[in-house]
Structures are given as structure tokens and as C-alpha cells.
Design a protein. Structure first.
Length: 242
């Protein structure tokens, strides 16, 4: 049976705000864009202000390994902007400011729609995120006229720093076949006996711990009973000597 597997990725798409040392967007442009992107190796969560020619924008890059969902703690991050009208521009940081978080200063010089990508290169991990097209505005006034996305749903903040400290992972929402049964942890509790309900223990059962009861014999086996058990007792089989 096919079912839709809805995973907690939506939570991250809207609520992973960094509390790291990254300033807001350039003066006059308080709006910050965010995006989450996956490859087969890493998850990228990116915060960045609107891009304006000649102004430096601080990108907060959060990178997570998908094999253990822990932060990428070393490596070089490169952000590239380019289009068909000119040579691509590259902006680099050589190390994270803290585990999983890279700060990259981006100062574009070409206006218009640019193709943006991000490359991670470390000793044991190389990965590229193709992030699609982003606009580069000629000035702050043009950027401020761009309408902002209005989120109508309520969200709960869950920082990447919090996620990395827990056994937590995200996954792209998709459709897949699920098993008809699942193995889950569980436990068993003995059914308690109502205190006013007289009961008998037959079939050669004897309590392992003492309680107020009477015992007799039946067919060479012990018989135990009690009319007021306050808690269930453990029972064992006991054979009377012949």
C-alpha cells in the first residue's frame, strides 16, 4: 500500500533561524531570504539578504551531513553567481565560524537574474548545491519594492544548533511503499485484580512472594487463593510431594 510519507522537513523550511554572528541584510533592506536544499550527501539551510550591486551581503550557510545528521565541521565553502552575460563571480570562506555554520560575504557586481550555486570542499567530503536563480537588484530602493513572501501558517523555531545536538533528521517529502507492520518498542503490564473480587489460583500455581492467602491441595498440586490482593503477585508452578 502506498502512502505519503510526510516528514518534518517543512518545520525546517520555515523555522531554522540561526542565532550565530551574522548581521542582517544591507542597510535599508531588512528582509532575509531562506532556503533548504538537499543533495545525496548534505543538507543545506541558507539565510541571506537580498542581493544589491556593490553591497556586501552576509550569507549564513548551515551544512549537515546526511549520513549521521551532524554538522560539517571543516572545509571550504564557495558561493558562485553567474549568467550568460558575464564571467561568474565567486565568494569564498576557508573554514566555518563554528561547527556547521559558514559565513560568506557576497558582493555582486552584475545586475539581473543570476544562477547561484554552493560548493563544499573538505578532506573527506565534496558536494555541490545548485540553488537556481536569484535576483540581483541595482539599488536598495529596487530591492525594497520587491514583495516579500507572507507566511500564513504558524511555525515553531527549531534551530540547526538544537537539531545537531539531538537524534534528529529530516527528509524530503515523498511517496513510497510502507510495510504492513512495524516493529516498535513496548512493554507488558499484568492486569490488576479488583480488591473486592474473590479469585482462585489453580493449576498448581504458587506465589513467589508472600501475601495474605490460604493454601490447600487438589490432585497433588497446591492451590492458592485470596479475596483481597492489593497488587498482582508473581506465580510459579509447585508440585506437592506424594
Amino acid at each position: 500500500m502506498k502512502v505519503l510519507c510526510l516528514v518534518a522537513a517543512a518545520l525546517m523550511l520555515t523555522a531554522c533561524r540561526s542565532n550565530g554572528p551574522f548581521p542582517k541584510a544591507a542597510s535599508g533592506v531588512p528582509h532575509t531570504d531562506t532556503m533548504t536544499h538537499w543533495t545525496a550527501k548534505t543538507e543545506l539551510y541558507l539565510e541571506y539578504p537580498r542581493l544589491i550591486i556593490g553591497q556586501t551581503s552576509r550569507f549564513a550557510v548551515h551544512l549537515t551531513r546526511l549520513d549521521d545528521f551532524k554538522p560539517v565541521d571543516s572545509g571550504r565553502v564557495e558561493i558562485r553567481l553567474g549568467n550568460q552575460n558575464g564571467a561568474p563571480e565567486t565568494f569564498v570562506t576557508d573554514a566555518p565560524s563554528k561547527a556547521g555554520i559558514f559565513g560568506v560575504d557576497v558582493r555582486p557586481t552584475q545586475p539581473g537574474v543570476q544562477r547561484m550555486s554552493l560548493k563544499l570542499a573538505s578532506t573527506n567530503l565534496v558536494d555541490v548545491h545548485d540553488l537556481g536563480s536569484v535576483p540581483v537588484f541595482p539599488d536598495a530602493a529596487a530591492a525594497s519594492r520587491q514583495p516579500s513572501e507572507v507566511r500564513k501558517e504558524e511555525t515553531i523555531a527549531f534551530l540547526k544548533e538544537q537539531q545537531w545536538s539531538l537524534d534528529f533528521a529530516t527528509e524530503v517529502v515523498g511517496e513510497r511503499r510502507e510495510r504492513s507492520s512495524l516493529r516498535v518498542p513496548g512493554g507488558c503490564r499484568p492486569q490488576t485484580v479488583p480488591p473486592t473480587f474473590p479469585h482462585w489460583r489453580w493449576h498448581g500455581l504458587k506465589p513467589r512472594r508472600p501475601f495474605s492467602s490460604r493454601e490447600g491441595t487438589s490432585g497433588g498440586h497446591s492451590v492458592s487463593w485470596s479475596s483481597a490482593l492489593s497488587q498482582p503477585a508473581a506465580w510459579t508452578r509447585h508440585k506437592l510431594p506424594s
